[in-house]
Design a protein around this ligand. Sequence first.
Ligand SMILES: Cc1ncc(C[n+]2csc(CCOP(=O)(O)OP(=O)(O)O)c2C)c(N)n1
Ligand SMILES: [Mg+2]
Length: 543
Amino acid sequence: MPKMTTAEATVAALIAHGVKTIYALPGVHNDPLFDAFFKVGDKLRIVHTRHEQGAAYMALGAALATDRPQAYAVVPGPGLLNTGAALLTAYGMNAPVLAIIGQIPDADIGRGLGHLHEIKDQSGIISRLVDFTALIRRPEEAPRLVAEAMKSMRTGRPGPAALECAMDVWGREGEIAKIEPPSPVATPKIDEDAVLAAAKILGARERPFIICGGGAQGASEEVAELSVMLQAPVMGYRRGRGVLSSRDPFSVTLPLGRDLWGEADAALGVGTHMLYPLQQWGVDDGIKIVRVDADPEEPARVRRPDTALIGDAKPLLRRLLDVLPKQNRKRASRKAEMEERQQKLRIQFEKIAPQLAFLQVMREELPEDGIFVDEVTQLGFAARIAFPVYKPRTFLSPGYQDNLGWGFATALGAQDARRDVPVLSINGDGGFMYTANEMATAIRHKIPLVAIVFADGAFGNVRRIQEEKFGNRLIANDLANPDFVTFGESFGASAERARTPEDLRAAIRRGFKHRDGPTLIEVPVGPLPSPWEFILMPKVRGV
Ligand SMILES: Cc1ncc(C[n+]2csc(CCOP(=O)(O)OP(=O)(O)O)c2C)c(N)n1
Ligand SMILES: [Mg+2]
């Protein structure tokens, strides 16, 4: 058996599992690991960032854009904590992100001796953030633990995993058995009784309604077929956008979704917490609920569903499509009705016309398979309800964490991993500055991201709330900004200012043509009209 260090065995196992890139920031705890990276040459790309949060967000963006596991490596203690928000977001988004974290010397873990980067109960902290974590203690264990981490990211409720290794264990040698490629994940048996029960409910009811979350992104075809079969509208908000193309009049976001929920007599929730319907819009016995979820504990958290299908949405919905025709009532087309609803909504949306004018040029310039990365900003709030999305996994939104500052670095990761399609990142001036330093990473690794900063000189959303709800007592919302064009140029990025939607169109076009580095576009804006009446809406049923 060949001799290998723990680091070398870990790296070999990562490569065997198809990991191609490590987003990373080095340090003494992980030196042997980085040396192992060096030794495998171009079998692994190392993308080093300027802050650990950048590395973790980039891994998240790469995972979301490719639907494949992605990894990052950082030092313990501050390095780990610096990745905390990204890891939390990966958990909330069920994204397969593997965190590789250093540790203090093995014999001293837990002793509180004041080692460099020591943190009380690091494993315990990590275990609160991910579903699978393990400390690699010996070289021989490394391939198995990598395999277990990889498997955990794919089975049950998917999501991030972590591996820790002490600084003196990384370099320790052992005899390593042949590293096998991963065995295929066994597909769980489908509960046929539950499928039949679901088909009976959905088939019998007059007005079924489908709600998609991030867990439906892999089941786009099935959702589209179900929508036709049931004449059911399909709602997606942040994470469920693009499952049913926005070209289809049955594809709706929150405002129409709320009306349709109010009228529905059956609902099919696919890979979603159904937070808005169940918690904000109200529920009563007039609506039968079917849930499809990878997490067996999710469906009954708020309200016990009439039936729940547990597992991956795609095979479950495929099976439902097999069984449903026999149970399905005859249905008249709802197409004209849906077109009329969409038309009425377009008129209501005139309230947010300034945001929509910018979004329209972005949509026209971004190809169908290009990726739009959302942020917690005025343009993002409007995009979630009104940006047309044509394909799954092309609208990346942070989900329920809704953490300001995720966008730019996540978009860099998406663009790094998908060099074949353009990625467009939108940011407020507040959010952009969270990871603006990673412009250096974009230059260093020639990442052709086009990032737009809508600069209103404020944490605009906070300011609006203070104006409207707190008697205009303005506090802690005004921002001193750099000149973003000069900022971008100082790194060597292409940068320009666009004041109107048509200026923005021209700037995006130039950005998408410039493929060997990043483009930064500043759009100065004033206060924008509030989108909140379309997002936070009162109850429609169960009142
Ligand atoms: C991590 C995190 N911190 C704070 C917030 C609260 N928050 C929500 S929106 C916002 C202001 C955003 O400002 P900016 O990025 O400039 O966007 P704008 O509203 O001005 O378009 C803040 C502070 C948050 N969502 N996430
Ligand atoms: Mg702002």
